[in-house]
Design a protein around this ligand. Structure first.
Ligand SMILES: [Zn+2]
Ligand SMILES: [Zn+2]
Length: 504
């Protein structure tokens, strides 16, 4: 038996001024076996990149356990505006939606207004609830296991790179799959990353966590898979990494976004401000402080990353210790139809970490520990990011840019990007930059936003040392710049380091 409800309405720009999300309740009876939802709305925006006029209405669903912000138990999935329909059943659901018990009671369709024209938007939602005739089949289905991804426990058998000791590991911290608006399965993306030789990959679907289960399933592949969620609000995007729970994204003001930031950090996760540039979409929140990292390089460099670099540097100059990370933000790779000109690991994030099984790591909250009682391997990577032991390159090839300092003057360059040195009564500090992939490019050495030296390079590999009086300074960092394509198109960044900090 199927019961169908149709919910139609109109919402004006005025009505959603305080909160862009609104909820349409419907009833789920006992013995519901499948819920199918489809929707449409007036004057839908159809042009790419949000140009032109039109409305965009996002959709999601909450079950009878509630929908109060933040982190309600009843969250059952979200697909933004990327799907006209979805379903949930005990043992299956559309990617992005959580299968499992279809609890009887009042459920809610959530609509989120991404874009609205002055005349408002008409919406039309159809909910079809199928019911089992006999109660028995429901009982059998119920035994197929928990459907909540956060209930999943990590497997011991992950096969990260086997060599022990810290080394430079390369990966991509930002990509999407069919669990949100990407075109690839999780497996396609992960196998592509393995093929590229990446050591780690974070899958960061928008506003859902249903891809975590797939990552667990693939955890025997020779790559560290990091569960992530791109917390996607109408005022900016933030990547969350390392927690195995869905993070509420319905932030409609500064306080709620800050609450999400604090929640993620308190639980032991990592969070970044994503693509803070005009085409990002930008970060419209006023709050920039307290985010340990920022996606300074998203997609190929020419994709407006100069803006993000300037934003990041302005925070560094104020003494905000924000770690620069990169992410391809890939939404489609072969065999899916291409939607953008680049693939995974453009750019590549390099971290200095030890992911061997024996690596000693600090004590962890239980949520970050696998079943075998050991910290999950991704924790070493996230710790390296927290420490700023990170540089970024255009691609996962041989290009490297490593900045060290000899802070105590003993002749050894033991200080790494992200570390802090003390100004030493005006005694200059020796720095060293190792460049790989430098042919016909230029090495920029930058302190407090100002280039202190620009060196043309005429070989692939080179090593540069320089001395600097660091008193009164805030940071030192390096960039590898050079032409790409026709010279009149100007230079791009080929690689960049995080700063070595100076204790003011
Ligand atoms: Zn984004
Ligand atoms: Zn993204």
């Amino acid at each position: 038996m199927t019961e169908t409800v149709r919910i139609e309405g109109h919402v004006s720009a005025q009505q959603i001024r305080q909160n862009p999300y609104f909820y349409l309740p419907f009833n789920v009876p006992q013995n519901a076996s499948r819920i199918h939802v489809s929707y449409g709305y007036s004057d839908r925006l159809t042009t790419p990149f949000g140009n032109g006029r039109g409305n965009v209405l996002d959709i999601g669903i909450f079950d009878s356990r509630g929908y109060d912000f933040p982190q309600p138990a009843g969250f059952r999935g979200w697909s933004g505006a990327s799907r006209p329909e979805f379903f949930l059943a005990h043992d299956d659901a559309t990617p992005g939606y959580i299968r499992g018990d279809l609890f009887p009671g009042e459920w809610n369709i959530m609509l989120g207004v991404d874009r609205i024209e002055p005349e408002g938007v008409r919406y039309d939602v159809t909910v079809a609830v199928e019911q089992d005739q006999g109660a028995d089949s429901h009982k059998i289905e119920k035994n197929t296991g928990s459907a909540r991804p956060e209930a999943l426990v990590g497997r011991a058998g992950h096969s990260a790179p086997n060599t022990s000791g810290p080394r430079w590991l390369k990966g991509d911290l930002h990509c999407h799959t069919v669990h949100s608006d990407g075109l690839n399965s999780v497996e396609e993306i992960v196998r592509n990353a393995v093929g590229l030789g990446l050591d780690f990959l974070a899958v960061t679907d928008h506003n859902t966590s249903t891809h975590f289960e797939e990552l667990e399933r693939l955890s025997d592949l020779p790559i560290v898979l990091i569960p992530g969620e791109e917390v996607t609000t109408y005022w900016g995007h933030a990547n969350m990494w390392g927690l195995r729970e869905w993070i509420d994204f319905r932030c409609a003001d500064e306080a709620s976004m800050d609450g999400v930031r604090r929640y993620v950090l308190q639980k032991g996760g990592l969070i970044s401000v994503n693509h803070p540039k005009c085409v990002g979409p930008p970060w419209f929140f006023r709050g920039w402080e307290g985010y340990p990292s920022m996606e300074v390089w998203q997609a190929p460099w020419r994709f407006y990353n100069w803006e993000s670099l300037e934003r990041w540097d302005s925070l560094l100059r104020k003494g905000e210790r924000v770690v620069a990370v990169g992410g391809s933000d890939v939404h489609s790779i072969p065999p899916a139809e291409p939607r953008h000109p680049h693939g995974l690991a453009n750019p590549t994030t390099w971290v200095y970490a030890d992911v061997s099984a024996s690596a000693p790591l600090p004590a962890r909250p239980e949520a970050l520990v696998g079943r075998e009682g050991r910290p999950r391997p991704e924790q070493a990577i996230l710790d390296a990011i927290r420490a700023g032991h990170v540089f970024l390159t255009d691609a996962p090839n041989d290009t490297r840019l490593v900045l060290n300092a000899d802070a105590d003057g003993n002749g050894r360059f033991e200080t790494l990007m992200g570390d802090t040195i003390e100004p030493n009564d005006g005694r200059p500090v020796r720095f060293r930059v190792q460049v790989n992939g430098g042919m016909d490019r230029r090495l920029w050495l930058i302190a407090d936003g100002v280039p202190i030296d620009i060196r043309p390079l005429d070989r692939v590999e080179s090593r540069h040392e320089f001395e600097l009086d660091v008193s009164g300074r805030c940071y030192v960092r390096a960039e590898l710049r050079g032409h790409r394509g026709r010279p009149e198109r100007g230079e791009v960044i080929w690689a960049m380091t995080n700063p070595i900090w100076v204790n003011a």
